[in-house]
Design a binder for this molecule. Structure first.
Ligand SMILES: *[C@@H]1O[C@H](CO)[C@@H](O)[C@H](O)[C@H]1NC(C)=O
Ligand SMILES: *[C@@H]1O[C@H](CO)[C@@H](O)[C@H](O)[C@H]1NC(C)=O
Length: 219
């Protein structure tokens, strides 16, 4: 009897550990920095956050380009692994690559920096960006680039560190941006967006060639 007890104890301990680790949260690398990668400490995620994510974004504002990276915890169902391109203003273009995974520390390391495709594809969408409100009129029209085929309208709450405010934005996006659902908390490279509206409609087909020549774009 006596020699078996330590083994039983060990077994119990192993079982307890296994059960405990099941109930324990995921831990992810958490960091935010300019450049194509960042490194930070592993942090325990909130219990409902069952994924680690890395986002690398390239934003082109006018002729200024910047690359930023963020790594964090999020919900797996809100996480999209892949490429997203958005144009939210005539001088406001952004592409990002994201990677989602579900094991401790799985977002360590690097992912590729997204490729900028600034080729106009002939589609157009209403565009706007607003802070402190959840609607915007979209009276500006932007040309879509690359594989941006959707007109999007996102609004909700944007968190910048400890501050949060309402936002609304419209513009062109790849259909991959439409993975985002209402209620999702979506980290971008600099902010976290809580979506209350996430509308996507295919960008309207441009008018035919003859129409375009006589269109109201001429001065
Ligand atoms: C992005 O596209 C624009 C316009 O084609 C170009 O001027 C710029 O150099 C490109 N940037 C990168 C990083 O490819
Ligand atoms: C860039 O976008 C254009 C227009 O949609 C497309 O024809 C082209 O294949 C894209 N280039 C790359 C490298 O994806």
């Amino acid at each position: 009897m006596i020699p078996r007890r330590p083994q039983l104890g060990l077994l119990t301990l192993t079982l307890l550990c296994a059960l405990f680790s099941l109930a324990q949260s995921l831990s992810c690398e958490v960091c935010k920095d300019s450049g194509p990668s960042c490194t930070g400490k592993l942090k325990l995620c909130e219990p409902e956050q069952d994924a680690c994510v890395t986002v690398v974004g390239l934003s082109i504002t006018g002729n200024k380009e910047s690359v930023d990276t963020s790594k964090s915890c999020m919900k797996y169902k809100d996480c999209y692994s892949g490429f997203i391109s958005t144009t939210l203003g005539p001088e406001d273009h952004m592409v990002s690559n994201s990677f989602c995974c579900q094991e401790d520390g799985c977002n360590r390391g690097r992912i590729p920096t997204p490729k900028n495709n600034s080729t106009l594809n002939g589609l157009r969408c209403p565009a706007c960006k607003a802070a402190f409100q959840e609607t915007c009129s979209g009276d500006q029209v932007v040309p879509c680039v690359g594989h941006e085929t959707q007109c999007v309208y996102f609004s909700g709450i944007v968190q910048t560190g400890i501050l949060s405010t309402r936002f609304a934005t419209r513009g062109c996006a790849t259909s991959s941006a439409c993975h985002a659902q209402v209620g999702a908390r979506v980290p971008s490279v600099t902010y976290t967006y809580e979506l209350r509206r996430a509308d996507c409609v295919p960008a309207p087909r441009p008018p035919g060639r003859a129409e375009r020549r006589s269109a109201a774009w001429a001065p």
